[in-house]
Ligand binder design. Structure first.
Ligand code: G3P
Length: 220
């Protein structure tokens, strides 16, 4: 399973990359706007940190403008995956860009039927938003499970990227469901490390060591 960070923040990306846990990055217009730089510049900086798929989203809403904008984003770097929203124009743009060999991540997917449209349009990735479905009182993970089952039934190559991850549990459930990728905020990646028994066990090991030896090996 690939781990992507759902952020455009360079410090978060550098830290995650140091841990060796960042296989790719997803951004969206809100995340890019938060960092304050033009998208071309921000995406280029992200590509310098992470060598993997970097999703950059179009903000046009009409087919020809979307295609033109998508081509521009794809030119920023070979690792850029163009993100198009799951609208009629977005799906048409997905098909047009895919036919030209540009990889598209279809975003804002909230139903298995929408995911079928993305796959049929030739999307490289589809992004079901788990947390936002939970937010309206439905079970977001059911969406991921259904899409994976449907894609398996027909052999669609589109990768399922579980997005809008709000907790380590979301990541684990996505892994159990067989999602190809989970994209998560830095906070969720950080939380995946945590276990009270790890902290307790380490504390005890260090106490036992210190009773007998004065220094750590690094201090020798
Ligand atoms: O980037 C797409 C998605 O992961 C957004 O997540 O937390 O804003 O619902 P969120």
């Amino acid at each position: 399973m690939k781990f992507f960070l759902d952020t455009a923040n360079l410090d978060e990306l550098k830290k995650g990359a140091r841990w060796g846990m960042v296989d790719g990055v997803t951004t969206n217009p809100s995340l890019i706007a938060k960092e304050g730089r033009p998208i071309e510049e921000q995406v280029r900086l992200i590509c310098d940190i992470v060598d993997g798929d970097i999703s950059a989203e179009v903000v046009s809403t009409e087919i020809s403008a979307m295609v033109q904008e998508g081509k521009g984003l794809a030119r920023i770097h070979k690792n850029v995956v163009v993100k198009c929203p799951l609208t009629r124009d977005g799906i048409e743009a997905t098909a047009a860009l895919s036919k030209e060999g540009i990889r598209v991540n279809v975003t804002l997917c909230f139903s298995p039927g929408q995911a079928l449209l993305a796959a049929k349009a030739g999307a490289y990735i589809v992004s079901p938003f788990v947390g936002r479905v939970d937010d309206i009182g439905w079970v977001g993970m059911d969406l991921v499970r259904s899409i994976i089952q449907i894609y398996k039934n027909y052999g669609f190559k589109t990768q399922v990227l579980a997005a809008s991850m709000r907790s380590p549990t979301h990541v684990l459930e996505s892994a159990l469901a067989g999602a190809h990728i989970a994209t998560m905020p830095f906070k969720v990646l950080d939380m995946l490390f945590n276990h009270p028994l790890t902290d307790k066990g380490l504390e005890q090991f260090l106490k036992d060591w210190a009773k007998v030896f004065q220094e750590t090996p690094a201090g020798r």
